[in-house]
Design a protein around this ligand. Structure first.
Ligand code: SF4
Length: 129
């Protein structure tokens, strides 16, 4: 499941998020590791990679948030596999709807909701709930 938002405001936000990658990626634990390691097809291998590298990465929050905003379907981002990110988004969508936010309408409240709930500790809690 992806965000279905495709408004001008959302696209502007996405551009900012993409631009920010150059700022945080210098601190990424994976910056010296071949990108292929993060794009194994098997879920279990992806989870091993996440355990090995992402848990100690200082930019894990930014990485997960970026993956969700750019609608990245592949690879480990922020320590979350594609399957986990899809599950997280489903749960976030339900929680957002309960709060009266619609995933199809991008605004500051939804942006703030997504940002808060994709901080790693919170996202992990939500995923396991
Ligand atoms: S969280 Fe993982 S995938 Fe993201 S930058 Fe850090 S090590 Fe790389």
């Amino acid at each position: 499941m992806k965000f279905r938002v495709n408004s001008e405001d959302f696209n502007k936000h996405k551009d900012i998020v993409i631009g920010n990658v150059t700022k945080w990626s210098d601190k990424a634990v994976c910056r010296t590791i071949g990108v292929d390691s993060f794009y194994h097809i098997e879920e279990n291998k992806l989870k091993q990679v996440a355990q090995q590298y992402c848990v100690s990465c200082p930019v894990q929050n930014q990485c997960l948030y970026t993956a969700l905003i750019i609608k990245e379907d592949h690879g480990v981002w922020g320590g979350f596999t594609p399957r986990q990110r899809r599950a997280l988004l489903k749960k976030l969508r339900v929680r957002a709807l309960q709060k009266g936010y619609d995933f199809t309408i991008w605004n500051n409240k939804l942006a703030s909701f997504i940002y808060k709930n994709t901080q790693i500790q919170k996202a992990t809690e939500i995923l396991s709930s």
